[in-house]
Design a protein. Structure first.
Length: 343
């Protein structure tokens, strides 16, 4: 986990420094957390949501009489694609209004309730997803979806971790994940911690490995799921889904229900964050492009549900056909929505 509270102070594990250095940064106020989310010092859709919730609790302690809606509105803009951020911020707002209780103690409790719920969802996803993994499989994953990106054991990487703990002899191929190498830096870091065998590959090597039948299954995360099953995830996921479909390799996305956007009908409605073009013109202090070169840097792409084998949620595994038949809409019914927000 890359988020903690020590002696009443929020601290984040600076993911920009990993894997070479484990550097914890104190978060003094809402503006600092906003900045750390923007620059990816803290990242991953579920982790961003929980970090924002804790930061709102800290903000209320520092500003007992200020307007909560103003603080929430600012925090929601830190990253536009990850719907968990909006979900956690809106949950706190809705619960405060429903109870007419805007106190620091109440918001703090709400934040920790969200954290507990996310931990439970990670465990459920891991168990559901691990049931799909066969002994001896080589698994490919993209970006980082473990305990650095969530408040629990992870989404896609949580499934891999659970399969390993069950004694299944697996090997993981780790997409390096350009442009900021979250796979090569962070996923390999987490796999090393648990002694799970892995190999780092360039993103454009996946099709070659599949053609050699070296990959039997793909697990990825998601930052926003539309109601028709289309989902946004780290850039490169869409192309990975295409080559998986061509080579008939099962392709699964793993996410908590809090990643579903009940107001988003399809992938066409998902806002895609565009980051600084300098992230693709170089990296980590080194620039390899000519002076004046232009870059294009969408942080996410959208994978259509037609390319997905199944979707692993904390509530179970849903096949592509079930999603296309509208199973996500079932989760929007009042009883299920209440269950989603029930802590």
């Amino acid at each position: 986990m890359s988020l903690r509270v020590r002696k009443g102070r929020i601290e984040i594990l600076d993911q920009r420094a990993l894997p070479l250095e484990e550097k914890w940064l104190p978060v003094q106020n809402l503006d600092e957390m906003y900045h750390y989310i923007k620059v990816l010092a803290v990242r991953g859709a579920p982790m961003i949501g929980c970090a924002a919730a804790l930061s709102l609790a800290q903000w209320r302690c520092q500003n007992p009489y200020a307007d909560l809606d103003t603080a929430v509105a600012r925090m929601r803009t830190a990253r536009p694609t990850a719907v968990n951020l909006m979900y956690c911020c809106d949950y706190i707002t809705q619960q405060c209004k429903a109870s007419n209780n805007y106190s620091a103690a109440h918001i703090t409790q709400l934040a920790f309730d969200l954290i507990k719920r996310e931990q439970q969802m990670c465990l459920s996803m891991a168990r559901h997803g691990a049931s799909l993994v066969l002994d001896g499989e080589n698994i490919l994953t993209h970006c980082n979806t473990g305990s650095l990106a969530t408040i629990g054991m992870g989404t896609a990487l949580g499934v891999i971790r659970q399969a390993h703990r069950m004694g299944k002899k697996i090997h993981v191929y780790v997409d390096e994940t350009r442009p900021l190498l979250q796979g090569g830096r962070l996923t390999s870091y987490e796999l090393s911690k648990e002694n799970i065998p892995y190999t780092v590959i360039c993103d454009n090597m996946a099709a070659h490995l599949m053609s050699q039948e070296k990959i039997q299954r793909v697990f990825v995360g998601a930052d926003r799921i539309a109601m028709n099953g289309d989902f946004a995830n780290k850039i490169g996921t869409y192309s990975l889904a295409i080559v998986s479909k061509y080579h008939q390799v099962p392709f699964h996305t793993v996410s908590p229900v809090s990643t579903i956007d009940f107001d988003c009908n399809s992938g066409r409605d998902i806002c895609i964050e565009e980051r600084d073009m300098n992230e693709v013109l170089g990296a980590f202090g080194t620039k390899w492009t000519p002076h004046g070169a232009l870059g294009y840097n969408p942080a996410f792409d959208v994978t259509p549900i037609g390319l997905v084998t199944s979707m692993v949620l904390d509530s179970g595994v849903f096949t592509r056909e079930e999603i296309q038949e509208g199973r996500l809409w079932d989760l929007k019914k009042p009883a299920h929505v209440d269950e989603r927000t029930k802590i």
